[in-house]
Design a protein around this ligand. Sequence first.
Ligand code: NAD
Length: 357
Amino acid sequence: SRKPRRILITGGAGFIGSNFVHHWCTNYEGDRVVVLDALTYAGNRQNLASLEGKANFRFVRGNICDRALIDSLLREEKIDTVAHLAAESHVDRSILGPDAFIQTNVVGTFTLLESFRHHWIEEKQPATYRFLHVSTDEVYGSLEPDDPPFRETTPYAPNSPYSASKAGSDHLARAYYHTYGLPTIITNCSNNYGPYHFPEKLIPLMCINILLGKPLPVYGDGQNIRDWLYVGDHCRALDTVLHRGRPGETYNIGGNNEVKNIDLVYRLCELMDELAPELPMRPSRQLITFVKDRPGHDRRYAIDATKMRQELGWTPQETLSSGLRKTIEWYLNNRNWWQPLLSQEYQTYYQKVYGQV
Ligand code: NAD
């Protein structure tokens, strides 16, 4: 006997956003779901094609910095829950051009918080309202090999314009709880992978380049460590936090899957050799090419998700092996999804980041 929610999902046409929208619409058919997305290079309305036309679903193309638009959406749709996933999300792009990161991640989050605060006051501050701010573990900076994983209490030390902008937005979400009592909750999650992941990100990039017989660019010595989580597990975690998390709290979400980048690329090569019917180059690992390291490249991220497990009972369902297999199968079966994304803009970006490889 759950009371239906009226949820605004920002960034719902992006990677995690679209997975989250599908998760929500499948599990809570009676809820009103409104997606707000600017459809930047990373947003793709195709990701939500199967929901278009459903009575409880609405897609709005718009910018989270547009205060008037958000004010009217919250009021008109009687929104009681915001899941905020819209962001500029790619570290390499934040190094090439940080402006959009400050605009969307800092100013956009501020605009949403401010609009939601006024809406919440207008509605007499219902205790059921929630603002879920979805963030990253990168705000905690870089770990040394022997450091314990990030906890919710780890001090912030962002190193890239991307993580600095996310840190700024986290601080705002936190301040809105402490200053105004607005029921905000923050989640900091490790690296995600899975369906609908834009080709520029490590895992899809490697799979697609293997299929095309192109070099596999690995930064520096390949020894950087990331902690990987299947996107479906992240979506279940966000659902759990929205339903049972405590306002004003932060929750770290991670899969306990620390892997060196080079080892991840080896695993992807092996899986592709096994699963892809025809490949231009076999074994795929011959394609690996080390390239100049990313400036300010964090060495290691790792999440301690004890609070999620103990307080909210959440644990990941996928292992890295099962999740990678699912992901590769999705990319093999959905070439029509990713092929058009390898546009001229993408090629230009790619050359800037990896040079001539
Ligand atoms: P993404 O880049 O795939 O999607 C972002 C979406 O936001 C796109 O659809 C884009 O069109 C939209 N958007 C961008 N600027 C906007 C604006 N000004 N107004 C409205 N919409 C705008 O990103 P993602 O990987 O799905 O990440 C979603 C969220 O999760 C981000 O906040 C990110 O920081 C966070 N996060 C991502 C990861 C990860 O591994 N991908 C891990 C932890 C946290």
